[in-house]
Design a protein around this ligand. Structure first.
Ligand code: ADP
Ligand code: ZN
Ligand code: MG
Length: 476
């Protein structure tokens, strides 16, 4: 990649608000039902059907705006965004345009050195989702179950400077939405997705270059890949003197490239106008106040608290605070085991590895926190060493038995007894006279080899700290 250009990225994220019913009717929002089974005159755009605003969706949108540090407009206005598409039977989408719910917020990101950077949020507005077109070889189908599902759109300022930073922003946004419980954040089901805008400019230039918008990215990996591809493509074009055209592109996950969908001149003129069937949305000050008072601890605050209460470093606190339930599992674990660092290591390496491998969340994790604590207490007391603990851990995962049961059944208790260890050390010294001689002549790193032999003889159960001590004493 050439270093001539500065990368400019802004994201438009759509999050499905977690409500039982749709935005303007009583139809269910449940995912995966038989196509067109949860629809009604309102969400299929029958003439004369009237929308009724779902106040639960409004509450979620307010929470979202506040968690993103936005200023909430006392009055916001729903508008019709007019366009034709088979998945949009009304011929328009109800959205907010000129007067959105909220403006001027930010999300704070931290780089590897822990330096904070604010990414501006231009606006947060409410809108309804469209239906879904499903294409087969011979024909296409329209499923309107999703039509009218409530969304918030969160539009960022063009403040991101690399694909990785865009991913961090999207991850942080997901952590916040998850934490305040307004979105299921299930990216595979499409209830959190983003459009990525990207342009390049020469370093030092004060004007932005022409941007390209990549539509509908529904995973962090795709976001990063699509942006990296696009940066590369635009770099090559600019280097060879070509002009970037403003356009909308689609990312093809199979080939990893973006393809043009429509150019600017083909862009829709949506003919926005205020929705005549809905009154302006008025949000009173005390509503904002009470929402603020009921806000849970947000990821940034949680992170700071994890650092100060448990002495965790920035990175560990960041990982743990990005998932509310993972953080609470961790905190319960620490409350029993009392070893913040040990617990953090286990949660972040062993437990998170399992979660990733099995593609599950901590809720579905097999080992209950009490059982996990029992295992770590055994480590902490020196009853078993780390290696043994790892194999007990996998045993617990597959069998669902407790750590104590596994340890006693298999006779895995660590040998702490001095005289027992001393006996093995003596044996090893007696049968390795050549190595012992080398050690005495100054090749002290041979000690590691001898420790290894002792450990092997003890079937891995000797306490390695004691082995070391005894061996050093005997050799000197
Ligand atoms: P449009 O009118 O094409 O929708 P907006 O000004 O509403 O454009 O911006 C849409 C998104 O694109 C925002 O997230 C914004 O930060 C981002 N954006 C705007 N200009 C640029 C640019 N030159 N390069 C990258 N992103 C941009
Ligand atoms: Zn409906
Ligand atoms: Mg826009």
């Amino acid at each position: 990649m050439s270093n001539t250009y500065e990368i400019i990225i802004g994201l438009e994220v759509h999050a499905q608000l977690l409500t039982k019913s749709k935005m303007f009717c009583a139809c269910s929002t449940e995912f995966g039902l038989t196509p067109n089974s949860n629809i009604c005159p309102v969400c299929t755009g029958q003439p004369g059907a009237l929308p009724v605003l779902n106040s639960g969706a409004v509450d979620h949108a307010i929470r979202t705006a506040l968690a993103l540090n936005c200023k909430i407009n006392e009055t916001s206005v729903f508008a019709r965004k007019n366009y034709f598409y088979p998945d949009l039977p009304k011929g328009y989408q109800i959205s907010q345009h000129e007067e959105p719910l909220a403006v001027k917020g930010y999300i704070e990101l931290y780089d590897k050195q822990g330096v904070p950077k604010k990414i501006g949020i231009t606006r947060v507005h409410m809108e309804e989702d469209a239906g879904k077109n499903i294409h087969s070889d011979k024909c296409s189908f329209v499923d309107l179950n999703r039509s009218g599902v409530p969304l918030v759109e969160i539009v960022s300022e063009p403040d991101m400077r690399s694909p990785q930073e865009a991913v961090s922003y999207f991850k942080k946004l997901r952590a916040i939405l998850d934490c305040i419980g307004v979105c299921a954040c299930n990216m595979e089901e499409g209830n959190l997705r983003c459009d990525a805008n990207v342009s390049l400019r020469k370093f030092g230039a004060d004007k932005f270059g022409t941007k390209v918008e990549i539509k509908n990215l529904n995973s962090f990996r795709f976001l990063e890949k699509a942006l990296s591809y696009e940066v590369e493509r635009q770099t090559q074009m600019l280097d060879s003197g070509e002009k970037i055209e403003q356009e909308t592109r689609l990312f093809d996950a199979v080939s990893g490239i973006t393809k043009s969908m429509r150019k600017k001149e083909e862009a829709n003129d949506y003919r926005y106008f205020p929705e005549p069937d809905l009154t302006p949305l008025v949000i009173k000050k005390d509503k904002i106040k009470s929402t603020e008072q009921n806000m849970p601890e947000l990821p940034d605050a949680k992170k700071k608290r994890l650092m100060s209460s448990y002495g965790l470093n920035e990175y560990d606190a960041d990982v743990l605070s990005s998932d509310v339930l993972l953080a609470s599992y961790y905190e319960k674990l620490v409350s029993i085991v009392k070893e913040p660092k040990l617990c953090s290591n286990w949660v972040q390496t062993d437990i998170m590895r399992v979660l990733n491998e099995q593609k599950i969340s901590i809720q579905a994790f097999k080992i209950k926190v009490e059982n996990m604590a029992e295992l770590l207490l055994l480590v902490n007391k020196g009853s078993i060493n780390q290696n043994t603990a790892k194999s007990v851990f996998s045993e617990m995962l597959s069998g669902g038995r407790s750590a104590k049961d596994i340890v006693s059944e298999k006779g895995l208790l660590q040998i702490q007894d001095q005289s027992q260890i001393e006996a093995i050390v003596d044996e090893v010294i007696a049968s390795n006279t050549a190595q012992v001689e080398q050690y005495k002549q100054g090749k002290t790193n041979i000690a590691g080899y001898l420790v290894g032999l002792v450990m092997k003889q003890s079937k891995g159960k000797a306490n390695p700290v004691i082995v070391n001590e005894i061996l050093k004493k005997k050799l000197s």
